[in-house]
Design a protein around this ligand. Structure first.
Ligand code: NAX
Length: 341
């Protein structure tokens, strides 16, 4: 007789070869939210085991030890291992995803040039270490600010890695914009689509409401209030980060970690039909953006390759706003010219 009793040992989830994911600045605020989302399967899916490679600077290693203890205490079935290090070669070894979160925040009285220079000192060697140590399929998401230019620095120092594998995070801005539109229209955020953030992740960013849709209709038809868009919507989205610092005394962390997860999911899974997402990618000259700039665009992906959505129309005021954010990113690029190769 055949024994049909099920075996008491089941195949563990994610039993395929684990994917290595590097997170820099892992002991920081965003790291504290992000690592648990990754280890629970929300980044790569519930059938994928992962190894976390956590990169920090020496003063934060003790605190990182505590975070690792908490990861252990979650007993995540998908978490196949955790490495902690201050060494970049070890940190990026075999990584298929590199989430560059750690950076030095702007302090009172610090000039933008100084901030860019300090962060260049971080992202240049990280770019090299990615090129030399990461897996051949590595994809990089830069969160640490100023994220577009930090991404440009890392990318340009890793010429062996195709430039289209580098992304800077615009998704928090997109999520903020979608939430504002949904609230104003009295609908669920799920009804809001086609919400792109153009340009820099800074107060010059342009949330392109003219092409956004609510329940399939133009957002400007559903919310027939042009003054609300120009005087409330745009500044609220552009200054949301500052409003959170003002209220919480700390910068956005859980929502930033959530946006990082959303961004990676949007890169690795096909974009829903007719929609697009906001990602800062290398410019191919679309919408008059200088080639090579790392710029927030409306992007569609099939899960492995992406394209910028072209042909969207913008009013004259929108074009002026887009020019402002292009100019800011060009100025940032010029300020770090000595860090680009
Ligand atoms: P925290 O200051 O809490 O954490 C940063 C961590 O980075 C610290 O643990 C620090 O030790 C580490 N670090 C510094 N230099 C490092 C280096 N060379 N290598 C590895 N680790 C290093 O900041 P947190 O709130 O976590 O924010 C991290 C970054 O995200 C900041 O630059 C912040 O401005 C940026 N943000 C970007 C957002 C975006 O939408 N792109 C939104 C949220 C956030 O403001």
């Amino acid at each position: 007789m055949t024994d049909t009793t099920p075996s008491p040992t089941r195949t563990p989830p994610g039993s395929a070869k684990p994917v290595h994911i590097t997170v820099t600045g892992a002991a920081g605020q965003i790291g504290y939210s992000l690592l648990f989302r990754i280890a629970s399967g929300q980044l790569l899916g519930e059938d994928r085991s992962v190894v976390l490679r956590l990169v920090e600077i020496e003063p934060a290693m003790k605190s990182l030890e505590g975070v690792v203890m908490e990861l252990e205490d979650c007993a995540f079935p998908l978490l196949a291992g955790v490495e902690t290090t201050t060494n970049l070669a070890k940190g990026f070894d075999g990584a298929s995803w590199a989430l560059l979160v750690g950076s030095v925040p702007r302090k009172a009285g610090m000039e933008r040039k100084e901030l860019l220079g300090i962060n260049g000192g971080i992202f240049k060697p990280q770019g090299r270490a990615i090129a030399e140590n990461a897996a051949p399929d590595v994809r990089v998401l830069v969160v640490g600010n100023p994220c577009n230019t930090n991404c440009l620095i890392a990318r340009s120092n890793a010429p062996e890695v195709p430039p289209e594998r580098f992304f800077a995070m615009m998704r928090l801005d997109e999520n903020r914009a979608r939430a504002q539109l949904a609230q104003r229209a009295g609908v669920s955020v799920a009804a809001v689509s086609n919400m792109a953030i153009l340009g820099n992740h800074s107060s010059t960013q342009y949330p392109d409401f003219e092409n956004a849709r609510i329940a399939g209709r133009p957002a400007t038809e559903v919310i027939a209030d042009p003054v609300w868009f120009s005087d409330t919507f745009i500044p609220t989205v552009q200054r949301r980060g500052a409003a959170i610092i003002e209220a919480r005394g700390l910068s956005s962390a859980a929502s930033a970690a959530n946006a990082a997860v959303d961004a990676v999911v949007s890169i690795r899974t096909p974009t829903p039909a007719g929609d697009w997402t906001s990602l800062s990618v290398v410019s191919g000259g679309e919408y008059g953006v200088p080639e090579g700039l790392q710029f927030g665009f409306p992007v569609r992906t099939d899960g492995s390759t992406w394209t910028v959505v072209e042909g969207l129309s913008h009013s004259e005021p929108a074009r002026e706003r887009i020019k402002l954010t292009i100019d800011e990113l060009v100025a940032e690029r010029d300020e770090v010219a000595d860090l680009l190769t």
